[in-house]
Write a protein that binds this ligand. Structure first.
Ligand code: KMH
Ligand code: ZN
Length: 284
């Protein structure tokens, strides 16, 4: 795979948890900015962003997405990855429109999956549309895989519609969602075996699967995603303090594995991110 360090992504908010149930969940722009700063300091290189409105409900408002992307670019070096998954209730048109905010990167889930009592719907034609729009707009996708069949769909997508912008294929295994692949080392090894040969991968385990998945991912040469989108408890009977605590633990595990957390600049090179920060674009 060529990269010696560990890419640490923080997914700080998600669409499912209520602010009332997790007071340190970042939902306002100020909270997101503070989270980005603290998580960069702790070792994150990518921030996977879900937006919340003034009442802390999930939103895909494009104007607000632009504001958040700009603010995060101005206040951190993190790669800004917007979620196109949104919430299970979001219509496809709104999920596609997120790309109009021109983030550095965006998630692209490679198939439908049962999602607890709900269904996270990702039709083939929708994946193709997302992929093509990201190619046109020079946005780097992170291919999210919730189940083994999604790895097969990813290969079909690349075979039929070509490589992503930047040329590098990076996947994120989201494991332990009720209805998706379990958060076990065996499932991780099976999923990794199905990835395109040159792909890199991160993995995240939902809830109690967080640590087993992180350890298995490192052992298999992969990267880490952590954050309150996926995990609200740090240990049994011990709620997460904040997102930075989870990033600190991920960075410590990466150190133990002798593949320390990548700086954002190293992660930009690895993923093929286009430079969009005003002070950096255009060179000197
Ligand atoms: N909130 C989930 C239904 C993504 O961000 O792209 C979907 C999700 C995936 O979180
Ligand atoms: Zn997400």
């Amino acid at each position: 795979m060529g990269v010696r360090g560990t890419l640490v992504t923080v997914a700080p908010t998600g669409a499912e948890t209520a602010k009332a149930d997790a007071p340190s969940l970042p939902v306002t722009l100020d909270e997101l900015i503070d989270t980005a700063r603290a998580c960069q300091q702790a070792g994150a290189a990518v921030i996977h962003v879900h937006l919340r409105d003034a009442l802390a409900r999930p939103t895909l408002d494009v104007g607000y997405a632009r504001e958040v992307v700009t603010a995060l670019r101005e206040t951190s070096d993190l790669i800004v990855q917007l979620s196109t998954g949104g919430a299970v209730t979001d219509p496809e048109a709104d999920r596609l429109a997120v790309l109009d905010a021109t983030p550095d990167a965006a998630s692209l889930t490679c198939g439908t999956v049962n999602f607890g009592d709900d269904v996270f719907l990702n039709r083939w034609a929708f994946l193709v549309e997302l992929h093509q729009r990201m190619q046109e707009r020079e946005i780097v996708p992170e291919f999210e895989l919730f189940d083994l069949g999604h790895a097969a769909a990813l290969r079909r997508l690349l075979d039929k519609h070509g490589p992503p912008y930047g040329g590098h294929v990076h996947c994120d295994l989201v494991m332990g969602v009720p209805g998706g692949m379990p958060g076990t080392a065996a499932a991780l090894v099976a999923a990794v075996a199905m990835l395109p040969p040159e792909a890199t991968f991160s993995a995240t385990g939902v809830g109690r699967a967080a640590l087993p998945v992180a350890l298995a991912a490192l052992a298999a040469g992969g990267h880490l995603r952590v954050g309150m989108e996926d995990t609200l408890s740090y240990a049994p009977e011990r709620p997460v303090r904040d997102n930075a605590q989870l990033v600190e633990r991920a960075a410590a595990l990466a150190d133990l594995a002798q593949r320390p957390a990548l700086a954002p600049s190293e992660a930009r090179d690895m993923l093929g991110i286009k430079e969009r920060r005003p002070a950096m674009a255009g060179g000197c």
